[in-house]
Design a protein around this ligand. Structure first.
Ligand SMILES: [Zn+2]
Length: 285
């Protein structure tokens, strides 16, 4: 957990660390083999794909603007096994946190305005009172900046006692950002191997946290969970379990999906593909 929150102290939020992220403390750590190195992607004029969208902060009432990707402008190249959209031009996942630059309140768009008065009080006293304003005036988000915003959103989620699914979703999306950065590392750079190793470890920790959070959410929350119906969530849990080498969980979820009467053929096809991938991965170990 230390990793997930390291760096928060620079934003004045060093008090938010330690403890368990989710309500259930049973967490497992896993060792995972690193992926094949991928070719570096070339970004073209990322700025052209962005515009400034205006928001009003529900915590401090400030008006502010956030860099946002123009809808319909970026093409989706592929979807990863864990449903991450992989974009060719701009990594849209970098821009999904809305963060108030004045008070430090941050959340994924889906959750930005849905706050109870108790949550607002908690965020005011535990985030805003300590938050040190960050200056960031670049025309596009660096991966480091995007990761900081996700970290801030996770800190806010912990403080406002968000549902497990919201925290899991933030962990998942942070893992996607880390993966996007890894894809864009320059394999000819001197520190490439180290940086990739660091990123892979960080990504796996985040995926493990996402998996644990979603498993707990599935047991206690009503659907839709983080916008997903039950078969989509079951598929995602299977995929995260596959990615973190928890094959028992993955097998169980896959067979439930394949025998389900409610799962549609698209999800069943994805589950079948995941089953094949898992057989391959097990064979390699
Ligand atoms: Zn604010």
């Amino acid at each position: 957990m230390a990793d997930i929150f390291s760096g928060l102290e620079k934003m004045g939020l060093g008090n938010i660390s330690g403890g368990d992220l989710f309500e259930d403390p049973s967490k497992k750590t896993v060792n995972v083999k690193s992926n094949e190195p991928q070719k570096k992607l070339v970004l073209v004029n990322e700025e052209d794909y962005l515009f400034d969208k205006s928001y009003k902060c529900p915590i401090c009432d400030s008006d502010f603007q956030v860099k946002t990707v123009r809808t319909g402008k970026v093409r989706m190249k592929a979807v990863d096994v864990d449903l991450r959209p992989d974009y060719s031009e701009v990594d849209q996942n970098k821009y999904d946190i809305i963060a108030c630059p004045e008070c430090g309140y941050a959340a994924l768009g889906r959750y930005f305005t849905t706050l109870t008065k108790y949550q607002i009080e908690d965020i005011r006293s535990k985030i805003c009172m300590n938050y040190k304003k960050q200056k960031y005036e670049e025309p596009i988000y660096s991966y480091d900046h995007a990761k900081k915003l996700y970290q801030l959103a996770l800190a806010n989620a912990v403080v406002k006692k968000a549902k497990n699914s919201e925290k899991a979703y933030i962990c998942l999306k942070t893992a996607w950002v880390v993966r996007g950065e890894t894809q864009r590392l320059d394999p000819s750079a001197a520190d490439y191997e180290n940086k990739k190793k660091e990123n892979d470890a960080q990504e796996k920790e985040l995926l493990t946290n996402a998996l644990n959070g979603f498993v707990m959410a599935r047991q206690s929350e009503d659907f839709p969970i983080a916008g997903m119906d039950s078969t989509t969530l079951d598929y995602l849990i299977a995929a995260l379990a596959y990615e973190t080498n928890q094959f028992d969980i993955a097998s169980k979820m896959i067979s439930e999906l394949l025998t389900s009467r409610t799962a549609n053929s698209r999800i069943k096809d994805k589950a079948r593909m995941l089953k094949e991938l898992m057989a391959e991965k097990k064979g390699q170990q």
